[in-house]
Design a protein around this ligand. Sequence first.
Ligand code: OAD
Length: 227
Amino acid sequence: MKKLVVLSGAGMSQESGLRTFRDMGGLWEEYDVMDVATPEAWQRNPELVNRFYNDRRKQLLDCEPNLGHQLLAGLQEDFDVQIITQNVDDLHERAGSRKVIHLHGELKKVRSSIDPELIFDLDGWELKLGAKCPKGSQLRPHIVWFGEAVPAMDEAVEITSQADIFVVIGTSLNVYPAAGLVHYTPSNCPVFIIDPERPALKVKGVTFIEEKAGAGMQKLIDLLANL
Ligand code: OAD
């Protein structure tokens, strides 16, 4: 089976009702990223940071995977599909995708603030300040904040370098190192980008599908049939 590698971003989940970050009405219009998505913000104002992620988690529990997630999961019948997502939601998994790497963490998990290996599933939406890990430190959202290392990046680069087909869905390609992954694709690997707005990307031979994730995935499936 051909290896089809996907890099997904917030636009993938937009049709499920989750807001993107940088579009009009996006989350970074309402919040300053430095106030809610950095280790310094967590030190300075854990209540605000925790409320931000509790709100995101509560909202996620009311969302369902959309057509894009479902069509992508369906591609596993014909391709070895590996998803590398910047999204912290679990909608790829809930749609049935089996190989998913989360570059920026997972909303439904929490971890120790002193031992990054101590990761736990959170029951329900609420992480309470005062909830401790077994080593006695406050549990924090299992999110890769700005300024923190991206532990899954090496694996993502390795997977990308073996892609037969590379598909980018719903990301503005503003945030590194994730945005640089496309440069690790083999030279003969076709690259498709599904996004209603063309992200600025200087890579030769990219096929743009200027659609939302659901309609774009339908077009992609047609194009893959003729590859
Ligand atoms: P952005 O908000 O930067 O980009 C979203 C992209 O999705 C844009 O290119 C939109 O045009 C596109 N889009 C909007 N609706 C869509 C739809 N229905 N279908 C397909 N595409 C659609 O989000 P990301 O690129 O994912 O990190 O942002 C990357 C990272 O920045 C996030 O993981 C997050 C954020 O700060 C952290 O919080 C650590």
